[in-house]
Design a protein around this ligand. Structure first.
Ligand SMILES: Cc1ncc(COP(=O)(O)O)c(C=O)c1O
Length: 395
């Protein structure tokens, strides 16, 4: 029988649908704002990564408009050929200055940074040790490398040391230790000081993906190194402009040796068009806003502390979160989905995270705080959590 080459598409989609595993896309009508409209309903936004509400900041919007008018809609090329604009280099200088690193390099996305750089940092004869809850873009980057793999259990420093000792004994040429800075499903923070100390002891390279820490951790949002007071000690810091910076784009920060190596070697960087001027200008303006307007960062943390404290006092389990990502544990996937539907009915938009994204029995509503939410917004959201939580017997 002649094969049908595309039959699997519908079959697989139907499987996902029957098992409630497919993504149902919601439509945001208007900007990603703290109070916004989703599928026609006004809601309090509690699941965007726009932590500081910078996507709506007038200076950032204006910078993007001005650069588009002046420099055009696109850069015309990949950076190594004809698409390296002055504004791209200005962003990199600003990021390095803000974070206190020697150098930085902007990628098209954080995903492109991880998937393009990791396979260039470790190859045959090397080993990559990766936290078991690392982000999918790290997992894909690791898969693109022929290096051996040693997984360490989530945040288990003792086990990390065992794997490092073992790897050192085996005589690998290079050892690369990779971890998220802030873990996106739980909101816990990697023990960067201990990890870096272990890497120094065993001659391993430290690699932190700080996508959820950029703009959030550190006195002004400089990231995880500033949070732990270990600036200059992390070998590779990855970040994104798509979350707290309110724009889009990825970044790597570290030594000049690192960034020169990275742009000469990462195929995702070399072979993919550079950011349009409007995007680069918005990135630059976002760094400047972070540096000059500490109030957004301050409000984000005030909102986070208030919301977390109130949830806990109502009896919700927020797991071990210490950041603006606060999971509200629900147990089974079905309960988390009902909780999300109930919240939406009560005007709160917060999505469920269910198996297989998290372990069975650990389904949750993942809330993400926003600096643009007022105390009244937070109280309205908390009211909804209390009502729906009680009706589902979560509290
Ligand atoms: C830990 C982590 N790394 C990388 C990324 C990818 O970032 P970007 O949106 O810039 O591709 C994300 C986004 O979900 C993330 O959470």
């Amino acid at each position: 029988m002649k094969r049908n080459p595309t039959e699997f598409l519908r079959e697989e989609y139907n499987y996902l649908k029957e098992n409630s595993l497919e993504w149902k896309l919601r439509v945001l009508e208007g900007p990603s704002a703290p109070r916004c409209v989703v599928d026609g309903k006004p809601v309090i936004m509690m699941c965007s990564n726009n932590y500081l509400n910078l996507s709506n900041h007038p200076k950032i919007i204006q910078a993007s408009i001005d650069a588009t008018r002046e420099l055009g809609a696109g850069s015309g090329s990949v950076r190594p050929i004809a698409g390296n604009m002055k504004i791209h280099e200005e962003v990199e200088k600003a990021v390095a200055d803000f974070k206190g690193t020697e150098s930085s390099l902007v990628y098209q996305t954080g995903f492109a940074a991880n998937s393009g750089l990791i396979p260039q940092l470790a190859g045959k004869g090397d080993i990559i040790i990766s936290d078991s809850l690392n982000h999918g873009s790290i997992i894909d980057g690791v898969r693109l490398s022929p290096a051996d793999r040693g997984t360490d259990e989530h945040q288990d420093i003792g086990q990390l040391e065992d794997v490092l000792r073992e790897s050192d004994k085996k005589g690998y040429k290079k050892i690369l230790v990779i971890t998220d800075g802030v873990f996106s499903m739980d909101g816990d923070v990697a023990q960067a000081d201990k990890i870096v100390a272990l890497c120094e002891e065993y001659g391993a390279m430290s690699y932190f993906d700080d996508a959820h820490g950029e703009g959030v951790l550190g006195p002004k949002g400089e990231g995880i190194a500033a949070h732990f007071g270990i600036q200059g000690k992390i070998d590779v810091e990855i970040g994104t402009f798509s979350k707290a910076y309110g724009v889009v784009g990825g970044m790597v920060a570290g030594s000049e040796d690192l960034t020169k190596y990275a742009y000469n070697k990462s195929r995702t960087w070399l072979l993919s068009g550079s950011a349009p001027p409007g995007v680069a200008a918005a990135q630059l303006a976002a760094v400047q806003v972070l540096d000059q307007e500490p109030e957004h960062h301050k409000t984000l943390w005030e909102n986070t502390d208030y919301f977390k404290k109130e949830l806990i006092s109502m009896g919700f389990d927020t797991n071990n979160s210490v950041t603006p990502i606060t999971p509200v544990m629900c147990g089974e996937s079905k309960t988390a989905k009902e909780m999300s539907d109930g919240l939406y009915e009560h005007g709160v938009f917060a999505l469920p995270i269910v198996f297989p994204m998290v372990a069975q029995g650990k389904a949750r509503i993942r809330t993400i705080m926003n600096a643009g939410l007022t105390r009244q917004d937070l109280d309205d959201a908390l009211n909804a959590f209390e009502k729906v939580g009680k009706s589902l017997k979560i509290i």
